[in-house]
Design a protein around this ligand. Structure first.
Ligand SMILES: [Fe+2]
Ligand SMILES: [Fe+2]
Length: 144
């Protein structure tokens, strides 16, 4: 599968997880999955995808890395707030907003350029991403 298709699927998973996280009473059960999905997604993008995107738009990649950092900080705040209802609800909305702005930008602005300009690399990048994803999933399973 093409790298950009795989990453779009991750984004859909994340959007659905946040819908559930906002409604769910068992957020403590759901939060580790949210944490895992965000961290694995960021890691595969930063390690495999963004270095290729640099050929297309280097300045955007720098901004994207800042966005990932902000998401990571909000995720840590969210984990810390798991037992404080109001605080948790505030941070969940904030984190979801940051994440959505970033993912919409990737899908709207970056993926189409990458699809066009890096077309011949996308399948190979996609296999690397799936492979790294499975390895990271395995690490998370072992650590759980
Ligand atoms: Fe990203
Ligand atoms: Fe992404």
């Amino acid at each position: 599968m093409k790298a950009t298709e795989l990453l779009r699927e991750d984004h859909e998973t994340l959007r659905e997880l946040f819908e559930r996280l906002k409604l769910s009473r068992d957020r403590e059960e759901l939060l580790p999955t949210v944490e895992k999905e965000i961290r694995i997604h960021s890691q595969v993008e930063e390690t495999l995808f963004y270095p290729a995107v640099r050929e297309v738009d280097g300045a955007w990649v720098d901004a994207a890395l800042d966005a990932h950092q902000q998401v990571e900080e909000l995720l840590e705040d969210l984990i810390d707030a798991v037992e404080e209802e109001e605080e948790f609800e505030r941070i969940v909305v904030d984190l979801e907003t940051h994440l959505n702005v970033h993912m919409d930008e990737e899908e709207g602005r970056i993926f189409p350029q990458v699809d066009e300009r890096l077309e011949e690399q996308l399948d190979e990048l996609g296999s690397q991403i799936s492979q790294m994803r499975s390895e990271l999933e395995e690490e998370w399973r072992e650590a759980a």
